[in-house]
Design a protein around this ligand. Sequence first.
Ligand code: NAD
Ligand code: TYD
Length: 379
Amino acid sequence: MKTYLVTGAAGFIGANYLKYMLTKYNDVRIIVLDALTYAGNLGTIAPDIDDERCFFVKGDICDRDLADRLFGEYKFDYVVNFAAESHVDRSIENPQLFLMTNILGTQNLLDAARRAWVTGRDEQGYPVWRKGVRFHQVSTDEVYGSLGADGFFTEETPLCPHSPYSASKTSADMFVMAYCDTYKMPVTITRCSNNYGPYHFPEKLIPLIIKNILEGKKLPVYGDGSNVRDWLYVEDHCKAIDLVVRNGAEGEVYNVGGHNEKTNLEIVKLTIATVHRLMTEKPEYREVLKRKDKDADGNISIGWINDELITFVKDRLGHDQRYAIDPTKITEALGWYPETRFETGIVKTIEWYLTHQDWVQEVISGDYQGYYERMYGKR
Ligand code: NAD
Ligand code: TYD
């Protein structure tokens, strides 16, 4: 039985990973550490916490005493560090919070792991590590900066972050590698492209667009909508992390991407068209619309769900033009590939939101409304 410390599992990707792991393996014990910021929702993972295989601890990854206590109590084999401030726009508003969580928090966990996992010294003075332990850092393709019209990010692409968010994630990656180089700490890093799927907080593009359609609001596209992202279904990302934690080579970085480049405008138009199609095929979905004008047949009208909802707003400062990942290394080394085609993943995602409006209401009831007004009121 392996014992995992999974940080940030009340957030989007961490929660999907937790559910994936608990479904796939019987012989794992997972301790979730999450500060429950605006992006963390305990309700998302409440059904998974059973105090036998899955335990929840509310706390900050920057808290040294707490980290030491948890490492002492649970004897972790693996750390999987998802916890982060993850939204680029918020990092432009308040960069320092990103340094605190993403850099200092990661370094605090690295140190706690070092205190707990080192069993001695070799003749050259390097720490000797408990057998089978691993610190896995969940990183992002944004550490590589921005691409022009051609080319892909490989693991050899120089790190060149632009936003405060990506600068903080890059710094965290460099600390992880520094612990590997200096102390021979067993680490791995995955750098993933944009995820989409269930439990995605509705400040990120796809869930925001779905939410705004359902509320009958305008759909804000930054700049001219030509920026490109490489979208990956979240469960495929979770599978990649699981493979790398268990079978990845120590000290290695693996890029994880969907082979699925789309401009933001394409994503928004596709989301509009898919919501419209699903509501045509299953008229009962229309009940979740806030706007309830009736058509000539007395059904809730959906004629207004079209591209006219799109509004082009002021561009993000320093907006990276294009991200695209070459995942050859993880495919060749570990047999991973993006299994979910975008056409399938986007339908699953939209249907999930149409049938989980209670979850959306729960997560937006906190700080999010004030943030939304600040962010889009001024654009
Ligand atoms: P998220 O914002 O949805 O969730 C982050 C979680 O971390 C939340 O549950 C939050 O409560 C928790 N958290 C924040 N600060 C904390 C702290 N100081 N201590 C403990 N917990 C804290 O993020 P996400 O989209 O699920 O991303 C997870 C990880 O994956 C992040 O490290 C992110 O950089 C990385 N990543 C995300 C994407 C993406 O498309 N979303 C792509 C590549 C990489
Ligand atoms: P986002 O989901 O914030 O992810 P990231 O910035 O990490 O890639 O944004 C994805 C793309 O969508 C990005 O190019 C910015 C753009 N975008 C909009 O056009 N409108 C929006 O309201 C948001 C949130 C993002």
